[in-house]
Design a protein around this ligand. Structure first.
Ligand code: NAG
Ligand code: NAG
Ligand code: NAG
Length: 319
């Protein structure tokens, strides 16, 4: 266990090895939570992107490290001429556990119509169990398919406005988990500020919706301060969406924008929940930790399979 081989190589080799491991060994796993009517199968491509990219990065960073201009040219040149062995860190899967991409498999497909707080409880349990295995932290990537949202919010039965999908389940999990170790929360096309229908039933929304107004802190409740603190434990919030989504309405809801009563879209920073900082969004933004990524040409069901979206909006945060 004590690296019996250290005495064999010059210190430079050791140093490079440590650097390489330190740099590539720290990838955090990405927990994926799907949306309504989705299941884990839909995310096979995304988890493949993540795994492949990480494997490639390990190799390319390793190569870069091994040709870094040395402080002591002489010595490192010698080292290089011996040929830096790729083996210790050239087999990425062994080097860093961060290639793990657990997809939470709960409430798949039609089961995702269960009351949201019931789902949140179970998702929280599953996510917490996963987080415990990775004390260094995890990333949480949540996708929302808002089909049900549309159904529910246009329904007259406002008691059933238990709206709204994967990204919101994740927000509720973050809010209600005092010990979570989520580093980056990535919301992939989720109706974070609600969905079409809400502004016309504003009073009903606040009265009857037992989910979003609580998570948004738009309706007072006794956990509001605790929930806000829990949300602020994250290091980064990444909001992804775009105008050609076709399902999230308004699409700006993926970035916390929403209609006013004239159906003009009010952007995140002019929303009351932002200005009042009811759940920490303003604080996160002031910290510089809210990243918005707008991509055109992506339909709702393609967000998680589009490699350009992955490289433009997701990849750089999965450290
Ligand atoms: C995954 O990618 C393949 C090849 O591009 C595509 O045919 C398939 O539909 C994708 N899967 C999903 C769930 O989007
Ligand atoms: C924001 O604060 C104002 C003034 O205290 C209050 O009237 C309003 O209801 C709050 N709105 C939200 C969404 O918290
Ligand atoms: C993939 O995303 C890019 C923008 O990020 C978009 O231009 C392109 O149309 C998308 N392709 C598909 C098949 O969704």
């Amino acid at each position: 266990m004590r690296a019996p081989r250290t005495s064999r190589g010059p210190p430079a080799v050791l140093l490079m090895l440590l650097l390489a491991v330190g740099c590539t060994g720290g990838y955090k796993p990405v927990i994926i939570v799907h949306g309504i009517f989705d299941g884990p199968k839909q995310f096979e491509n995304l988890s493949m992107f993540i795994k492949k990219q990480r494997d490639l990065n390990v190799v390319s960073k390793t190569v870069k490290r091994s040709v870094l201009p040395p402080k002591d040219k002489h010595q490192t040149h010698k080292t290089n001429s011996k040929g830096p062995s790729m083996e210790p860190w050239g087999t990425p899967k062994k080097v860093h556990p961060g290639t793990e991409v657990p997809i939470i498999s709960l409430y798949n497909y039609k089961c995702s119509l269960k009351p949201l707080w019931v789902q949140v409880q179970d998702f929280r349990k599953a996510i917490e169990d996963t987080m415990k295995k990775f004390p260094e932290g995890v990333h949480l990537l949540c996708f929302s398919q808002a089909v049900t949202v549309a159904v529910i919010t246009t329904s007259a039965d406002l008691d059933n406005v238990e709206s709204v999908a994967g990204g919101l389940i994740c927000r509720a999990v973050l809010s209600t988990s005092p010990n979570h170790n989520v580093h980056t929360f990535i919301s992939l096309s989720s109706p974070l500020a609600g969905q079409y229908g809400d502004p016309h039933h504003r009073a009903g929304y606040l009265r009857s919706n037992t989910f979003l107004p609580l998570v948004n802190g738009e309706k007072p409740h006794k956990f509001i301060t605790d929930w806000r603190e829990n949300v602020l434990r994250i290091k980064k919030m990444v909001l992804i969406g775009g105008p050609d989504d076709g399902v999230i309405t308004p699409w700006q809801s993926s970035h916390y924008g929403f209609y006013d009563t004239n159906e003009d879209v009010v952007e995140m920073r002019n929303q009351e929940f932002y200005k009042n900082d009811t759940f920490g969004l303003k604080t996160l933004d002031a910290r510089g930790d809210v990243s918005v990524c707008v991509q055109s040409g992506v339909e709702h069901t393609h967000w998680h399979s589009n490699f350009t979206v992955f490289t433009n909006c997701i990849e750089k945060w999965l450290i």
